[in-house]
Write a new protein. Structure first.
Lengths: 208, 208
DNA sequence: CGTCGCATTGATATCGCTCAAATCCGGTGG
DNA sequence: CCACCGGATTTGAGCGATATCAATGCGACG
């Protein structure tokens, strides 16, 4: 406990906050906090995946948030005194937690940190906004296009499985969509990498 | 120009920032900024709807962000010197813009404001995270359930059309899903209001 | 060499989207 | 007060797309 773990934490965290940080390890299915508990910490996911879930009366559950390595989790707990959902690890995970009091104090006192923290949240927010717009798209091909336009080419070391999950598609559907886009000349695949074709078949934008 | 518009702006904005604010009105289709332009302002949507779009080479477009009345827009511009997309009004809109320099300075100088601003972004981020998880759900019925669990009952004065759009469904699909859920006893409809049934048909969670 | 996970392709079922028509509801004007 | 109108809601029928199940190829790794 109470290890200082400078490496995995965001670089903009002031030393004063790092000293207050403590590490938590969770098994798959382990709980980080429960609905109704008093908010004491803000969490940063070093590795693994955390879920914020709310349970339905019939035993099923609704995932409200999902955070993976390098992301903050349940940031909105900053604003409220009690958690309104449960936090569970989707797989074995390592978390660093910061006392919410210390975070608030540091935000209020350290302008440079406040700016960086707001910046991190702005970046996360932009990513989620883009995902929302992408998931609103119905056709698999159009989601793939949207991703390539907004996020750039897919790295060669990425697994298509994970990409399918990011796109809200089943892997088989993604494979088929990629095959069609490649046949249509809209994308180019080099090994596992995928990028938009430089010269798409449809009407070009400006030059004739 | 340079109107101070205290009413529509978030209450936590310091007076110093309000004095720097200027109002902008846009027709449907009007551009707020273009890809490549230098970032000068952060925008707050008073009324209407703004889109951040990136154009594909074939003339179609990808929406990256969407902001409606009461929301900030293109917050991530805080972090970068140039816009990487175009901003267009989806309908006639009123915007208040804050010079990014002034915003940065105020964030760094005014701790209370920095905390509130970060809080606003945390709340927006939570909302988007929940939407992402909801849109990942494939079946219409399950999306409706997720919404009611995470966001609470639907107000009686809401239009089902707007709700369908929020859920990423066509109105007809939502009507059918609601009919099925009501027949199944999972939800109760009182006029236009919709809420989860107090006593669902499936197995209860704790008490027998 | 065997195994395992990932990628790929085929066949089928399911679900949501689209087009179309009927009903309901609120507001407007006579 | 009533007739009318427009938009929202609801229901029906058919189509298209994705999910699902199944089988095969492929590459890494022990």
């Amino acid at each position: 406990m109470t290890d200082a773990l400078p490496a995995p934490l965001p670089p903009f965290l002031p030393e004063a906050l790092r000293r207050e940080a403590s590490a938590v390890a969770l098994q798959r299915g382990g709980k980080l906090f429960h609905c109704g508990e008093r908010v004491s910490h803000i969490h940063f996911v070093v590795a693994g995946e955390l879920l914020a879930v709310r349970y339905l009366r019939d035993g099923s559950e609704a995932v409200m948030q999902r955070a993976r390595g390098g992301e903050f989790f349940a940031q909105s707990a900053m604003l409220v005194p009690h958690y309104s959902c449960d936090a569970r690890a989707a797989c074995a995970s390592e978390i660093v937690r910061l006392p919410v009091e210390a975070l608030r104090d540091t935000l209020a006192a350290d302008g440079r940190f406040a700016l960086a923290f707001a910046g991190q949240m702005a970046a996360d927010l932009r990513r989620q906004c883009t995902r929302v717009e992408r998931l609103r798209i119905k056709r698999a091909r159009d989601r793939v296009r949207h991703y390539l336009v907004c996020e750039g080419p897919l790295a060669a070391d990425a697994r298509l499985q994970d990409w399918a999950h990011e796109l809200g598609l089943e892997p088989e559907t993604l494979y088929r969509a990629l095959a069609e886009l490649e046949t249509g000349g809209e994308i180019v695949r080099e090994g596992r990498a995928v990028r938009l074709a430089a010269n798409p078949p449809a009407a070009p934008s400006c030059a004739g």
